[in-house]
Each structure stands twice: as C-alpha cells, then as structure tokens.
Design a protein around this ligand. Sequence first.
Ligand code: C2E
Ligand code: CA
Ligand code: CA
Ligand code: CA
Length: 277
Amino acid sequence: AKNSSNRSIVQFEKKMAEEAAYRHQLEQDLRKAVSHGDLDLALQPQVVVQGEKLVGFEALARWQHPEFGAIRPDLFIEIAEQTGLICELGKQVLNRACRETALLNTQFDKSFRISVNLSSLQFQNENLVQFVEDACRSHGLAPEMLELEVTESLFLSNSEQTKTALAAIRGMGARIALDDFGTGYSSLSYLREFAIDRIKLDRSFIKDVSWSASDQRIVKGIISLAKSLDISTIAEGVETNQQREFLEECECDEIQGFYYGVPSSATDLSSLMKKGG
Ligand code: C2E
Ligand code: CA
Ligand code: CA
Ligand code: CA
C-alpha cells in the first residue's frame, strides 16, 4: 500500500509539473500571438425576444494555437488577465469588432450593435475612454452601436475613476452592460450607484430554467428588478425553445445563445446572411 501510494504521489507531482509547463508554454505563445495580432474574432448573434429580430452580436476572442489547436477562451483569457496581456488583447478585439461591425452594417445596410468585453484591468488605463472613442471614429461606427460588457469585479476597486470612465463612455453614446449578472460580487447597490444600461443574465441561471422552479423565480425576479430600474435585459446561453418561451413570458428583452447561433467569423455570418439564413 505504501509503495502504491508513493507511486501515485509521484505521478501526481509529474502531472502537476506537466501542467505547469503547459501553462508556461501557453503564456509565452499567447504573448507572441497577441503581439503578432494572431487572435481571431467570433461574433455571436443577439436577438430581440419580441419578433425574433437579429439586432447585434457579442465579440468573442478566439485563439488557434499552431500546435495545440483551438484553446478554450476561459483558459487563455485567464492567462491574459494574470499576465496583463488582456489590455492589449482587449484593445485588438475592440478595434476589430468595430471594424467588422461597420463593414457588416455597410454590406447589409443594417445598424447592428456590437458588444465587446472589457476586463476590469483595462479601466486602470487612463486612455481607455479615448481609445474607445478612436475605435468608433476610425472605423466609422456610431458609438450608439457599441456596448461594453463589464463584470461586477470592476466595482470593487477604485470606484471614482471607474465611475468617471463609465460616465464618459455613456456620454459619448455607447452603452454599458453588466455581464454574468448574479455570479460575482453581486450587490444590488451597484445597480443604483453605477450607471448601467443593461444586465446580462448569466448562463448558469438559464441552464435549468425550463424546469427548475427556483431558477425560474430568480430569473423572473432579476428581470422585474431590472425593469423597475429602467435597465434592459439580455439572457445568455439560451439553447432551447423552452428556455426562450420562458424568457418571453418574463419579458426579457433579448436573447443570446446557441438557439440562435454559435459564435462565428464575420465572413461566415456574412455568407449566411446573404443566403437569407
Ligand atoms: P462570456 O462573456 O460570458 O461569454 C459568453 C460565453 O458563453 C462564450 O464562451 C460563448 O461562446 C458561450 N455561449 C454562448 N451561447 C451559449 C450557449 O447557448 N450554450 C453554451 N453552453 N455556451 C454558450 P467563450 O467564447 O468560451 O468565452 C468565455 C469567456 O471568455 C467569455 O465569457 C468572456 O468572459 C471571456 N472572453 C472572451 N473573449 C473576450 C475578450 O475579448 N475580452 C475579455 N475581457 N474577455 C473575453
Ligand atoms: Ca460577455
Ligand atoms: Ca456573459
Ligand atoms: Ca458567462
């Protein structure tokens, strides 16, 4: 027994060392990929519940590693956050998202909105507001068509600078969405204290909402709270028609999820739309 437990400890340590080496490798490769602008962008449809009209997209970063293939965004975004690479990565995503949306809008004579994720770290940069303004202007995207998704972690630190930046972003006409609502450091006072245009209900509340009575109550509650504060709502991770129907019943404003489309490149979206899909 002693020998076998020693052996499993050795194997465990070996596995840990391998994982650390893999992570270290990814970190170095991500640095290269970001500096070469090698990351890709995927767009996922956002659809109005009443009338099921496509109104915009969320921009999501993608990384195709030359050796390991597609790396899970959760993993490389976490590495990017830990190394600070997220600031450069986030700027590239924002620029590219504005460019591709402006192109789609011209191509299809539409005014699609684009939602871009901003890391809390990006708010530590004093030039963030200027960068956002430049990104819109240089690609000819009206700021009204841009939404920035922030998470509750943003409200924990340096709230004066954060408030100023959020106000300036809204001042130029762009909108602020509170992402993954309900999963973080949720304090409802944030909704009052920080100016927010919409709440994005996290997928964890949507997953079982077609049958779980408690999740149904939570989702209903969040949506009616948002309504009473004049904040609009979007649900993420909607995969089935039952989920959609429940959200319609609750008067959720918009939906994003595999039910309406997986994240795809602008090129693929554009050929889909040409076919009228
Ligand atoms: P998120 O912001 O919550 O993005 C939504 C995630 O849900 C995406 O995962 C999307 O692919 C996935 N998703 C959408 N619809 C469905 C569905 O119906 N079912 C299921 N099971 N999943 C669905 P993804 O692309 O893996 O991204 C993971 C996270 O990485 C994002 O979560 C976001 O926090 C972060 N991320 C991605 N791109 C960026 C970026 O450019 N900047 C920053 N700061 N974070 C990013
Ligand atoms: Ca998001
Ligand atoms: Ca989210
Ligand atoms: Ca999420």
